[in-house]
Design a protein around this ligand. Structure first.
Ligand code: GTP
Ligand code: MG
Length: 291
């Protein structure tokens, strides 16, 4: 009896048993979610509560609530971002709060969430839901069709942008995109959209090696994807600029420029040559409506 209990505990720890085998929906959440949605959050008290409610009610409408964990990574906020998450989590077991050791940046936050996520498909989304969560099936379809990574894009079908960024931000974005093509050979129309999805295998390959902690982390993960031969599909998504950004084009822009060069440097100096972790099976069957 004691031996079989110990073996059951070990299997639960190793996540060999799904919730269905254990016969409870909550175990399914705890042990084996199909999707993980990571939301980095820095001083987001004004918009996070509304965004999380939108995400949670969308998941409920799709009948996905028991298949999804939503991980908010609090990036050392000085407001009540964490309290908002904890309050909502009381009635939503799918919601988890992860705390960074102080303010480290969006790149660090996404990485931290991705490394703690347990889904077979891992998604990250900005807290302002500039790309509405209803766009998620477009990313999932790309994964179902065989891509290992699906990245939301504002510039593949620019008419899907219902509210554009201010002109200087658009210009800054286009110049950065050109520089990424020249220095890193990244041929995407939009690397920076905060709405991306990864097969577990791709996430496990990339995120342990990600080193850029602030805004320049998106090019790094796309650079690593190409280095490891992972297929990336750019997917046009609806997008609306939401006011309240904290990006400062001059200091943040010059930092992103150096981060771009650092990616090349890290590659040249073998920082990205870590061992490939054990591979996970790609997720093919996704629950809910066909997408
Ligand atoms: N500004 C900022 N955001 C962070 C930080 N760490 C995590 N984030 C999160 O990163 C996401 C993107 O932040 P935004 O300020 O919306 O920046 P953005 O979407 O790139 O810029 P806009 O297009 O102007 O909205 C949000 O979910 C933030 O909460 C940080 O240190 N600073
Ligand atoms: Mg934003």
């Amino acid at each position: 009896m004691a031996a079989s209990l110990i073996s059951l505990a070990a299997r639960i720890r190793n996540r060999e048993l799904s919730g269905l085998q254990l016969g409870t929906r909550n175990w399914k959440l705890i042990l084996d979610p199909t999707y993980s949605i990571v939301v980095p959050a820095y001083n987001e008290s004004a918009r996070l509560g509304g965004s999380l409610e939108k995400i949670l009610s969308y998941l409920a409408e799709q009948g996905w609530s028991a298949e999804v964990e939503v991980i908010v990574v609090n990036d050392g906020s000085s407001d009540d971002t964490a309290e908002i998450v904890l309050r909502l989590a009381k009635n939503n077991p799918a919601l988890r709060l992860v705390e960074n050791p102080g303010n480290r940046g969006k790149g660090y936050s996404v990485r931290n969430g991705m490394l703690q996520a347990r889904g077979r498909v891992l998604i990250f989304s900005d807290a302002d839901l500039s790309s509405p969560i209803e766009e998620l099936p477009k990313l999932l379809k790309a994964l179902n069709d065989g891509a290992e990574i699906a990245i939301g894009s504002r510039w593949l079908q620019a008419e899907l942008q219902t509210q554009r960024q201010p002109l200087h931000r658009q210009l800054f974005g286009r110049v950065f995109n050109l520089l990424l093509r020249i220095t890193l050979g990244l041929r995407f129309k939009d690397t920076q959209c905060g709405f991306k999805a990864f097969q577990q295998r791709a996430a496990q390959r990339i995120f342990p090696l990600q080193r850029i902690e602030r805004w320049g982390f998106d090019p790094e993960i796309l650079f690593l994807a190409r280095k490891f031969g992972l297929s990336v599909q750019e997917v046009p998504v609806a997008w609306a600029h939401v006011g309240g950004t904290r990006i400062h084009p001059l200091p943040d822009g010059s930092r992103m420029f150096w981060e771009m060069l650092r990616i090349r440097w890290y590659d040249l100096t073998g920082k990205y040559d870590g061992p490939a972790p054990a591979t996970a099976k790609p997720a093919k069957t996704l629950p809910g409506k066909p997408v």
